[in-house]
Design a protein around this ligand. Structure first.
Ligand code: KG4
Ligand code: ZN
Length: 327
């Protein structure tokens, strides 16, 4: 079964084709224009998707010798995301549906991230816990099957990736800053650290909070002159990253202990972070699964996979744009 995936929820335009759940093509165009603004500008994102999506789709189909009529299903991200950006992908999918009668399925972007891990690790069996860590979301889901998710906790303020990006902005790094912060942290070689606070929430669930950490770094930077900051960027990035990773790891460990589920999937853009991967691997060993970096950040193969699995289970949902739609 050949499934076309379309992803335009934020600043990546992506088109993929998967065959019976296996990736054939996964083209991703990242809109670098936003780096000069320090964050994604919604209107610019929508216009860039409009300029790119049909050419990207045509490139995927021609490169692999498919026509639209070969496709059995089109899966498109319809929630959550930037309204104008989502609208581009959904409108493109609707156009395709009207002209070719291919069935359409709407996919929640977070469900796509969770499905991303199954593309390379089909042996991961249900139930498992998914730690979804991206620029817009940070949450833990208990996953019973495709389409069956229970949210055990989520951020009450900033997402983890958002915290990396905001600290990066304070340090003068381009957006998105997660990768640069990780690389700077790797340059820190001594045992010295700055004790930035790790939020401990007193709720019964497994919620996260990153705004206190962000404020602590902000005050630290305000208290030191630019020469000190410039010379100590590796120490600052290392200490911030350690606090952020600590908070993510503490919560997923507590959720695993409470549910008795040791199979863990780490997904979303922040799942590229090697310190986070290494720490989880040292705790969960062979029962923690990560997608390759290109499948951690936004891509259409994960949307096609989630659409395919739901469609195969008879769970079909016509796309409905929902910028704040949750799982
Ligand atoms: O999943 P994603 O591509 O987009 C959203 O759905 O938000 O995630 C992008 C986020 C950005 O905040 C970026 O800074 C972060 O993932 N990120 C990282 C790393 N690579 C990307 N954060 C920490 N360490 C990394 N290596
Ligand atoms: Zn994402």
């Amino acid at each position: 079964m050949l499934v076309l995936g379309l992803e335009t929820s934020c600043d990546e335009t992506s088109v993929a084709v998967i065959n019976n759940g296996k990736i054939i093509a996964n083209k991703i165009y990242t809109q670098e224009v936003h780096s000069q603004y320090g964050g994604v500008v919604p209107e610019i994102a929508s216009r860039a998707h409009i300029r790119k999506i049909d050419r990207l789709c045509a490139a995927v189909l021609t490169e692999y010798n498919f026509t639209c009529r070969d496709l059995d299903l089109c899966a498109v991200t319809d929630s959550p995301g930037l309204a104008g950006a989502l609208l581009v992908g959904i409108s493109f999918a609707l156009g395709l549906h009207c002209s070719t009668k291919i069935p359409l399925i709407g996919v929640n972007h977070l469900e796509g991230h969770i499905a991303s891990v199954m593309l390379e690790h089909p042996q991961l069996s249900f139930p498992f816990l998914a730690l979804v860590v991206s620029g817009g979301h940070t949450a833990i889901y208990q996953v019973e099957d495709f389409g069956m998710y229970r949210c055990l906790g989520k951020t009450i303020d900033d997402a983890a990736g958002e915290a990396f990006d905001k600290i990066g902005k304070l340090l003068g790094l381009p957006y998105p800053a997660g990768r640069d912060i990780e690389n700077l942290a790797l340059l820190h070689t001594t045992k010295e650290t700055i004790d930035f606070p790790v939020a401990r929430l007193s709720t019964k669930g497994f919620d996260f909070s990153f705004s206190g950490l962000k404020t602590a770094v902000k005050y630290f930077l305000a208290d030191h002159d630019s020469q000190f900051i410039e010379q100590n960027k590796p120490l600052i990035c290392f200490s911030f990253q350690r606090a952020a990773v600590d908070s993510l790891v503490k919560n997923i460990c507590a959720a695993s202990e409470q549910t008795g589920i040791r199979r863990i999937a780490l997904v979303g853009g922040v799942a590229c972070n090697r310190s986070l991967r290494r720490t989880l691997k040292s705790i969960f060993g062979d029962t923690v699964f990560f997608p390759s970096p290109s499948l951690c950040t936004d891509n259409a193969a994960m949307i096609a996979k989630a659409g395919y699995e739901n469609f195969s289970r008879g769970k079909q949902r016509f796309p409905v744009m929902s910028p704040s739609g949750s799982l």
